[in-house]
Design a protein. Structure first.
Length: 276
C-alpha cells in the first residue's frame, strides 16, 4: 500500500512537470532501440540516452568506455533492462544512481546485482526501493570511475534529495545531473542553503573543466542544464532567503512542498523548512 501511494504521489507531480515542458520529446540523436517501455537515442559514439514512458520521460544514460560501461539511473519500470542495454553495448554494465526516487531507481534495478548510490540517500531506500534484493554500494564524492579510456567524476550535488549526485565527463565537456537542478522544475526536499552550496560547487567544476551542459533526469531534447541556469539558481535562492522574492502558495504540492517560486527562468518547489 505504501509503495502504491508513493507511486501515485510521484505520478501527480510528474503530470505537473509535464505541463511545464514545451514541445514534448525532441531528442535528435539516432534511435538505436525501442520497445514499449523505453527508447534509446545516441548522444555520441559511446553514449546513449534512454527515455522511459512511466513518469515524465524519465531519462537513463548508458556511458561506455573501452573496457566497461555504467548505466546512470534505471527509469521506472523497464522490463529486462539488463538485456536491453546488452543490445547496445557488449561491455559489462554497472548501475549507478543520481538519487533514490522511483522514477530513477524503480523496479528495473532488480535486473542488476548491485547499485551504487550516494550514502546520504540511504534514508530513502526503505520507501523508494523497498524490494531491491541486490547489494547497495556507495559512491564517494570526487571519485573517478575509470571505464577504460574514459573517466567519469562523481560529484555530490545535494538539494533535490540529500544524496543527489552528478556525473561529469570532463573530456566530453558534459555531465549527467539527474534531478539535481530540476530538469526545468526543481523539487527541493532539503533547503536553500544546501542548494546554493551545490550550485556554487557545480559552477566551479563547470568552469574548471569547461563543462557546457548537464543532461538532466527528464530530458526532452532541449532542456539542458547550463552554467547560466546554475548561476540563476543561486540568485533566486538568495532572493528567497533574503525575502526579496516570496513563494506563492502551491496547494497541489507534495512531500510538504507547498510553496513555489518562478523567476530567472528557474522554477523551484519547496516547503517552509527549506528557508534556511
Amino acid at each position: 500500500m505504501k509503495k502504491t501511494i508513493i507511486s501515485f504521489l510521484f505520478g501527480t507531480v510528474i503530470l505537473t512537470f509535464l505541463s511545464a515542458q514545451p514541445g514534448g520529446l525532441q531528442i535528435e540523436g539516432k534511435e538505436v532501440f525501442k520497445n514499449e517501455d523505453v527508447v534509446f537515442h545516441r548522444i555520441d559514439e559511446h553514449t546513449w540516452v534512454g527515455t522511459g514512458n512511466r513518469m515524465a520521460n524519465e531519462s537513463l544514460y548508458l556511458v561506455e568506455g573501452s573496457d566497461k560501461a555504467i548505466l546512470i539511473d534505471a527509469g521506472t519500470k523497464i522490463t529486462d533492462l539488463n538485456k536491453v542495454v546488452a543490445q547496445i553495448t557488449n561491455k559489462k554494465v554497472t548501475l549507478v544512481a543520481t538519487h533514490v526516487h522511483p522514477d530513477h531507481t524503480g523496479s528495473a534495478i532488480d535486473y542488476f546485482p548491485e547499485i551504487y548510490i550516494n550514502p546520504a540517500d540511504t534514508l530513502n531506500i526503505p520507501m523508494m526501493m523497498p524490494n531491491y534484493k541486490g547489494e547497495v554500494k556507495f559512491l564517494e564524492d570526487g571519485e573517478i570511475i575509470d571505464l577504460g579510456g574514459r573517466q567519469i567524476e562523481v560529484v555530490f550535488t545535494p538539494g533535490h534529495t540529500p544524496g543527489s549526485t552528478t556525473f561529469i565527463d570532463k573530456d566530453a565537456g558534459y555531465g549527467f545531473s539527474g534531478d539535481a537542478f530540476g530538469s526545468g522544475n526543481l523539487l527541493l526536499t532539503t533547503d536553500f542553503s544546501t542548494l546554493i552550496a551545490t550550485c556554487e560547487k557545480t559552477g566551479r567544476i563547470m568552469d574548471k573543466y569547461g563543462i557546457k551542459i548537464l543532461y538532466p533526469g527528464h530530458f526532452f531534447g532541449k532542456n539542458f542544464e547550463t552554467r547560466q541556469r546554475v548561476a540563476d539558481m543561486i540568485t533566486l535562492s538568495k532572493d528567497v532567503l533574503s525575502g526579496k522574492v516570496k513563494g506563492q502558495e502551491n496547494p497541489k504540492g507534495m512531500l510538504g512542498l507547498n510553496l513555489i517560486v518562478n523567476d530567472y527562468g528557474v522554477r523551484i518547489n519547496y516547503g517552509e523548512n527549506a528557508l534556511k
